[in-house]
Design a protein around this ligand. Structure first.
Ligand code: ZN
Length: 213
């Protein structure tokens, strides 16, 4: 499994790359033939800064931003993204403003919530939602619902990876998509082609990695 891993890099800046591991994986919602290792993008400070520079581009000159909401471990990128947006410059609309970088909590029903003290930087504020990976869309939709519930005004969504770049009502600015990974597939558990071939699962994908079977 790991020995067949390969790397997919951004043409513009090859420092921005993800490790892709082929196999038969399951999450609680779907089966897939690839595990994407995005950890280095999220936790390696100098790489995260490059990622933020890239993600800032669609917003720099036109989008007023009050708050960046980070989910799925994107806080380091979020901080650098705020820094990029606050840069001084003639065509930079956010310089001199305040930008908050926050993360929602999960309640017992695994819904995203904001505690009372954070709600003031959400309600009626211009918000960028920053996510790691959009695959089944369940976590993504739950984050969108949360922002809408707390009265946030969504001005952009940025993702490191988006499995369905053409399928969301909401435009998503993503570094990588399924088009960068040859043969990338997501299956609902009952329809998985690998299961139908009798192939055993290799690993369970959890929120911060995978567990080998
Ligand atoms: Zn399967």
């Amino acid at each position: 499994m790991e020995d067949r891993a390969f790397t997919v890099s951004l043409d513009k800046n090859p420092v921005i790359s993800m490790k892709v591991i082929p196999g038969h994986f399951t999450t609680s919602h779907f089966h897939t033939n690839y595990y994407l290792d995005l950890d280095n993008l999220k936790t390696n400070a100098s790489v995260a800064r490059d990622v933020a520079e890239e993600l800032a581009l669609p917003y720099l000159s036109s989008t007023l931003v009050d708050t960046i909401v980070c989910i799925e471990g994107t806080e380091v990128i979020g901080a650098y993204l705020a820094d990029e947006l606050l840069r001084e410059g003639t065509s930079v609309v956010n310089s001199g403003r305040d930008i908050h970088v926050v993360t929602p909590r999960s309640n017992v029903n695994r819904q995203f919530i904001f505690h009372h003290n954070i709600q003031k930087v959400i309600y009626n504020k211009n918000i960028i939602l920053l996510v790691s990976s959009i695959s089944s869309g369940i976590t993504f939709n739950s984050a969108l619902e949360c922002l809408s519930y707390y009265g946030g005004k969504l001005v952009g969504v940025s993702a490191l990876f988006n499995a369905y770049p053409d399928m969301h009502e909401q435009e998503v600015h993503s570094l990588f998509t399924s088009k960068d990974i040859p043969g990338y597939q997501l299956y609902s558990p009952g329809e998985c082609a690998m299961c139908k071939e009798g192939r055993k699962l290799d690993a369970i994908i959890v929120h911060d990695g995978y567990i080998r079977m």
